[in-house]
Ligand binder design. Structure first.
Ligand code: SF4
Ligand code: SF4
Length: 634
């Protein structure tokens, strides 16, 4: 009876401690003003949890060897659920050995115990002997203790199953050891990264389909200027920072970190966690304030981000670093006037001035394009608005892409037109944190779309596509217009079948733009278009959703300081090297910024002969040469 009493007391105390600690860590979720836990797409969300938790797909894909070892431990835990229930039932039932002592299930669990031991020994070897940089410099005491407890659980199970006589003193002592290991986990898990065992599946359930968007600010009465203080963390942020498994996959995938920058997405999450636990107040400020303990994350780190979304793609527990945290913190800094970045101020000033684009380019440049190419102007009865965006309006290569689109759309008999004049959609302003400027530009454009009767919009710029399809839709005024938004690769994938194409063979590698592959989830369409144009597509090491940034996103095209040389070189140089390794003579792109970055890298590498072309240009090249018109006699 005494033993049962001890068991009940120890179990209740451990469970009570576990629940109280988890509740304390999650309490800020109840106070969060931003309640952003979404339950839409329920079947898809449940499927993702099944695939990523039960099947461990993402963990294995990102790091195959460590992923398989982790999966062995995880699957072993599932197999041991029934064993644990039976184990406590044995104690509470007066220590009567279960009749199922040598059942098929105990043999099954025995096999899993061996697999878990293999997994945990392998993971411990990696963590404590190989010590990869991504896991951090410090040896984690809790990780060591949890590993020991798992080994203890498995060894005591195997001893119970095969070595000890059921009901003997040794059997009972072993039973208590197993119990102590189980209950010990309840004391360790909530105070360590192992809390991900509980919260990871929940964070995965609530993760979005694509790179996390910036949230809409709450209405003006709510004093919402972006994220400034820990009190501004949203529900998903609190869930995220408590779910981090500290694996460093995000940092390993981060191009800014890879080239030697100080931005470390894992540390962004862990600093938020530490600050939250310590009752911190201000989250972000300059490096000096961080060093003196007044803030937790530096402005310098936040403004190194390319917003490429590789960190979110790599994260095994669904943590959303980009729109929800990094960009909201940038917005908080700008709203409070706390940024000290001159390049940033210059970009905002340029955009504030007419004609409102970050290039500072005159509308005259765009007007000349419209006139020389004879681009049709969108009328209310026109089906598609071809939105040029700044890249295709002012960059010479971007303008060639527009002319290629003109040939394709005309060949396909599509009804289309462009706006007579365009301002920037506000993308660089919003990504850099200037919400006010973005609002100004977007409101002007929404009324323009309304007055022109725009119903369908196609753009060659995935940044603009994401702005209209995600950011603008947060505004009721835009949402009411019900405008369909597509990237040109999506429209081209539908049109190529009906185009009179004469494909010509070429070896092409496709550079997936981050805002298309991860920001929009589009990876197949551009490849279908290339194949229709006769291309043999050879893939780079990083491709599709695992693509690697060209270095232009997150407003870096405008704000990056080119005079700063980082030890790891430049992101665009690295990407160009990867493209060259495929042996392709053409790099296909689907964004006006990527060719700027890749051509710069080609020049640096002395490889100007490598072609960098948009998918639309390759399609236009495959179209028959237009018959010359009848000669005019003056
Ligand atoms: S979005 Fe890209 S650059 Fe920014 S932290 Fe994530 S991986 Fe690094
Ligand atoms: S944020 Fe995600 S990927 Fe990064 S360390 Fe934490 S769990 Fe790993």
């Amino acid at each position: 009876m005494l033993e049962i009493g001890v068991l009940v007391f120890a179990t209740l105390a451990s469970l009570g401690y576990f629940c109280r600690t988890v509740a304390r860590r999650l309490a800020p979720m109840l106070r969060a003003k931003e309640r952003n836990l979404a339950f839409d797409r329920l079947p898809a969300r449940l499927w993702t949890v099944f695939a990523e938790v039960m099947l461990q797909t993402r963990v294995i894909r990102e790091r195959p060897a460590a992923g398989v070892l982790h999966a062995l431990v995880m699957w072993g835990f599932f197999a041991f659920a029934w064993v644990s229930i039976e184990h406590f039932a044995t104690g509470l039932g007066g220590f009567e050995p279960p009749a199922s002592g040598h059942s098929w299930y105990s043999a099954f669990a025995g096999a899993w115990a061996v697999a878990v031991l293999a997994g945990i020994v392998g993971l411990s070897f990696r963590r404590f002997v190989l010590r990869p940089k991504a896991l951090g410099e410090h040896l984690s005491l809790t990780s060591a203790l949890v590993a020991l407890l798992i080994v203890g659980l498995m060894v005591t199970y195997l001893a119970d199953w095969r070595l000890l006589e059921a009901g003997s003193d040794a059997w009972k002592a072993n039973w208590w050891l197993h119990t102590a290991a189980l209950l010990g986990m309840l004391w360790l898990i909530p105070n360590s990264k192992h809390l991900h065992l509980v919260l990871g599946p929940v964070a995965i359930f609530f993760r979005g389909e694509v790179t996390s968007p910036m949230r809409a600010l709450r209405d003006e009465d709510d004093d919402d200027f972006g994220m400034l203080a820990f009190a501004d963390l949203s529900q998903k942020d609190v869930l995220d920072v408590n779910s981090c498994v500290e694996c460093g996959r995000c940092t390993d995938s981060c191009p800014a970190n890879l080239i030697g920058g100080s931005l470390d997405p894992k540390q962004i999450v862990l600093q938020l966690q530490r600050g939250l636990l310590a009752g911190g107040e201000v989250i972000a400020a300059d490096a000096e304030a961080v060093a003196s303990g007044e803030a937790w994350i530096s402005e310098e780190d936040l403004y190194q981000c390319f917003t490429c979304g590789a960190c979110e793609q790599a994260c095994p527990v669904g943590i959303e670093h980009v729109g929800l945290k990094i960009l909201d913190l940038r917005r908080g800094l700008v709203s409070e006037g706390r940024t000290s970045n001159d390049k940033l101020s210059d970009m905002f000033t340029t955009m504030e001035r007419s004609p409102h684009n970050a290039w500072g380019a005159s509308q005259q440049v765009r007007r000349k394009l419209l006139e020389s190419a004879g681009l049709p102007i969108h009328e209310p009865e026109t089906e598609w608005l071809l939105w040029l965006g700044c890249g295709c309006s002012y960059d010479p290569h971007g303008q060639q892409v527009v002319k290629a689109m003109q040939r394709i759309l005309d060949s396909a008999g599509v009804s289309w037109g462009v706006l007579a004049s365009e301002t920037c959609c506000g993308e660089p302003a919003r990504r850099a944190g200037n919400e006010y400027l973005y609002m100004e530009l977007s409101e002007r454009l929404v009324s323009e779309f309304r007055s022109k009767g725009v119903r369908k919009l196609v753009t060659c710029d995935p940044h603009c596509a994401r702005m209209f399809d995600v950011d603008y839709r947060q505004s009721e005024d835009f949402a009411q217009l019900g405008i369909e938004v597509v990237h040109h690769s999506e429209l081209l994938a539908k049109l190529v079948e009906s185009l009179p194409m004469e494909p010509s063979a070429s070896k092409v590698t496709f550079h997936d733009p981050c805002y298309l592959a991860r920001g929009r989830g589009v990876v197949d369409e551009p490849r279908e278009v290339l194949q229709a144009a006769g291309a043999e597509v050879v893939e780079m090491r990083h491709h599709a959703a695992q693509t690697f940034c060209c270095g232009a996103g997150g407003a870096q095209l405008y704000i990056a300081d080119d005079s700063v040389e980082l030890p790891g070189g430049r992101v665009n140089y690295k990407r160009f090297e990867e493209a060259q390794q495929t042996g392709a003579d053409t790099i296909a792109v689907a964004c006006p910024y990527c060719p700027i970055m890749l051509k710069d890298a080609a020049g640096q590498a002395g490889a100007e002969d490598v072609r960098v072309v948009d998918v639309a240009e390759l399609v236009a090249e495959a179209l028959p040469t237009p018959e010359p018109g009848p000669a005019t006699v003056s």
